[in-house]
Design a protein around this ligand. Structure first.
Ligand code: 5AD
Ligand code: SF4
Length: 464
């Protein structure tokens, strides 16, 4: 098997370079980090922020005062790429004002050859590119960009079937004191025909269970109480010594403490009864995100999803039967090549039959290098938008109706903020709850009686 673990010597050398850099560089420098895309990218940004701090930079939310700017990009849809490129373009003026400013682009877009070429050629003020499996190399890349006076291209140009590493022992600067995430596996082997992720994030690889549990415990001891286990395909987790995802969940929920566990994202093929049964443990949040992408069995086959409409409905119903009061959420792609009105109505049918609490509905976006991008019969943008609006309205009504059924119930809410005397937090179902009450602090679990429902949040008051 290909070696995916980055050796401890390499990581330690990078940490040493980071510390030397801090010592030899001027004090008081700041870094600005911008992040697009999924939670995996957020988790990567937190690692890079940790490394930047070790290098002596302090975090700032104002890019005009930064001496290092990093943009962590997403490649999942064209929209995300164009936004990142446009924001990169705006950095030109900052670089003209301060030529010592360092600008780096990392993440999934840096992993695409055509975008790399574009960045190198048309964005001469970008100092470095950093691939998705090069995060641990950030210290030497920044060091070379700052002192080597040369642009640095740190992207593994390997074919996608060789891509992907695991680097342990990197510092991390977490954004929230209340909720956090732990990556348990990286990459994806599914090759859904529309998706760029397998090409930019490489093959599936799982962290050791001890490393996952150690990080989980660290989060718990820093007071974090709502922890999401992350992976592009999280329930394909399998450690080298054979621990599968349900077993990992059982071990994690057996840890001491008052906390809640979630995970994302799941593929229906790995959504088993055994996985659903792990939710018997009260530390499992009663929320399950299960993307179905399309309700048409014909489109699902073209998408290479390996299930059909009936099989998906079966899984969703199994989750509803096994997990009391589960909130189901999903991802849907509208306008995959060849999608007819009839195919679309199958998607609408699944939304109605399952009654999701939330659907993330995306317009299909062709990705260079994927199979779907070269299929005939691409759907016109106006048709996609029309179908999107129709489905969004239906989904909003369902979400509101689901929330109305919660009025009068008591939800356990983890408080994550307060504004003008109104507290806000998340329920186990991952709903936003705004509520009033006394003697509450951010980071507490509170019992809240629901008094009013909106489509994507609920209102209530604390009870004792
Ligand atoms: N176009 C539109 N949406 C996509 N997704 C993945 N690839 C594409 C694409 N090419 C969506 C899927 C996935 C979510 C993270 O993004 O619904 O589940
Ligand atoms: Fe975007 Fe996917 Fe990369 Fe996440 S893994 S940053 S969603 S392309």
């Amino acid at each position: 098997m290909r070696e995916v673990k980055v050796s401890r010597e390499i990581v330690e050398e990078q940490l040493r370079i980071a510390e030397e850099y801090r010592e030899k560089s001027p004090k008081g420098r700041k870094f600005f980090m911008e992040c697009y895309g999924c939670q995996q990218n957020e988790a990567d940004s937190e690692r890079m922020s940790g490394i930047c701090e070790l290098m002596g930079y302090e975090k700032t939310d104002d890019k005009t005062e930064a001496s290092l700017i990093i943009i962590n990009t997403c490649a999942i849809r064209e929209h995300a790429e164009l936004k990142a490129l446009s924001n990169t373009g705006q950095l030109k003026r900052l670089k003209e004002k301060d030529p010592s400013l360092l600008i780096g682009i990392c993440g999934c877009m840096a992993q695409e050859k055509h975008r790399r070429d574009q960045l190198k050629k048309s964005y001469p003020y970008v100092d470095f590119l950093l691939g998705t499996d090069m995060i641990h190399m950030l210290p030497s890349v920044v060091e070379r960009a700052a002192y080597g006076k040369k642009r640095v291209w740190a992207v593994n140009d390997l074919p996608h079937n060789e891509l992907g590493v695991i680097a342990e022992g990197l510092p991390v600067k977490r954004e929230s004191k209340v909720s956090g995430w732990v990556s348990v596996m990286y990459g994806c082997n599914n090759f859904c025909s529309y998706c760029i992720v397998p090409y930019v994030r490489g093959r599936e690889r799982s962290r050791n269970e001890e490393d996952v549990i150690r990080e989980f415990r660290e989060l718990l001891s820093s007071g974090v109480k709502d922890i999401t286990l992350l992976g592009q395909n999280v329930n394909s987790y399998r450690s080298e010594n054979g621990v599968d995802f349900p077993t990992l969940l059982e071990h994690i929920t057996a840890l001491e403490g008052d906390f809640r566990v979630r995970f994302m994202t799941s593929h229906p093929k790995d959504c088993t009864k055994r996985l659903a049964e792990t939710f018997k443990n009260e530390k499992m949040a009663n929320h399950f995100h299960l993307p179905f992408q399309s309700g048409s069995s014909r489109i699902l086959e073209l998408m290479n999803r390996r299930y059909d409409k009936e099989k998906y409905l079966e899984k969703a119903m199994m989750l509803k039967e096994t997990i009391p009061n589960v909130a189901l959420t999903t991802d849907i792609i509208i306008g995959f090549p060849t999608e007819t009105e009839k195919d679309f109505l199958d998607t609408v049918d699944v939304v109605k039959k399952v009654g999701f609490d939330m659907s993330y509905i995306f317009l299909y976006s062709p990705r260079v290098g994927t199979r779907a991008a070269v299929m005939d019969d691409q759907i016109p943008h106006e048709v996609k938008v029309e179908r999107f609006k129709y489905l969004s309205n239906i989904q909003n009504e369902i979400a509101r109706a689901n929330n109305e059924r919660l009025v009068g119930t008591v939800q356990r809410v983890l408080v994550d903020g307060v504004e003008n005397g109104i507290y806000t937090g998340r329920s186990g179902q991952n709903k936003i709850v705004n509520f009033s009450g006394e003697g509450i602090s951010v980071g507490d679990f509170c019992n809240v009686e629901v008094t009013e429902a909106q489509a994507y949040s609920i209102l209530g008051k604390k009870i004792n």
